[in-house]
Ligand binder design. Structure first.
Ligand SMILES: C[S@@+](CC[C@H](N)C(=O)[O-])C[C@H]1O[C@@H](n2cnc3c(N)ncnc32)[C@H](O)[C@@H]1O
Length: 253
């Protein structure tokens, strides 16, 4: 989806590595999952979090970095350290592919191979993360793949590790996304492919607060600050119940 966006004349970002990282499988999955609104949302989410990351200095932790290439495609302030946490096999494959493409990282990048439902903080410290310094935390495309208890434990654990004033930004799905008839076909495919959505909340502000974070903003695609000209539909007011939604959030410790 990031490769697709990068090819548009008014692209919200350019990810020169996305097409190679996606490979044939990625483009096949784009066909399988590319329902109306999905590409648009991923473009908006990427841009929203690019903006969160753009001013960062010091430390950034990408929780479930996946095939994100911000370390190589974005400018970084000198001395910024970026920690990419994800599963070992994923990080290894990405590193190999990026090296083959001649990618250069503009920050001090560290791989943190770890399970985010396990003792990932030890792995983060072992990779050089400094618990005494402030950190920007990003949880992009992650929380809905975890059971609710694990998602809560993770966001709560990040709050314990975070310094006062640290920012956590990311995305969540609504509970309706798990149960609505509009999601049924997509969920069936995800389940078939072994990666079902497991957790959504219709009260993202409460979720963040219960996990130790003060919400700064929660936006749905199409709302001011979460559209970037890419969302062609009217945003659905939050009061309208019964529809699946994506939320983009920024919260402060
Ligand atoms: C949809 S991808 C999102 C990746 C990236 N943030 C992005 O936006 O492209 C979800 C990522 O979560 C990672 N992930 C899921 N469960 C995990 C876990 N328990 N521990 C570590 N990583 C996990 C997967 O390996 C995958 O890279």
């Amino acid at each position: 989806m990031r490769a697709h966006e990068s090819g548009l004349p008014d692209a919200l970002f350019t990810d020169p590595y996305a097409a190679d990282l996606a490979g044939e499988d990625g483009f096949r999955l784009l066909e399988r999952y590319g329902n109306p609104g999905v590409k648009e949302f991923i473009a908006i989410r990427t841009r929203y979090l690019d903006e969160a990351v753009a001013g960062a200095s010091g430390q950034v932790v990408l929780l479930a970095a996946g095939l994100d290439t911000r370390t190589a495609r974005m400018p970084w302030r000198p001395g910024t350290a970026v920690y990419e946490v994800d599963r070992p096999a994923l990080l290894e494959a990405k590193e190999k592919e990026l090296a083959g493409l001649g990618a250069r990282h503009g920050c001090e990048r560290a791989s943190v191979p770890a399970d985010l439902t396990g003792d990932w903080p030890s792995a983060l410290r072992a990779a050089g993360w400094n618990p005494g310094a402030s950190t920007l935390w990003i949880a992009e495309g992650l929380l809905f793949y975890l059971p609710e208890a694990e998602a809560r434990a993770l966001v709560g654990r990040v709050a314990e590790l975070a310094a006062p004033g640290d920012v956590l930004a990311g995305d969540l799905l609504s509970h309706q996304s798990m149960v609505s008839e509009f999601s049924r076909e997509g969920l069936r495919k995800l389940t078939e492919d072994g990666c079902p959505w497991l957790f959504g909340t219709d009260r993202p502000e409460d979720f963040l607060a219960e996990c130790g974070w003060t919400p700064v903003e929660v936006k749905c695609p199409g709302e001011p600050g979460a559209s970037f000209g890419r969302w062609p539909w009217e945003p659905l007011p939050r009061e309208v119940e019964g529809f699946p939604r994506n939320f983009l959030f920024t919260a402060r410790r």
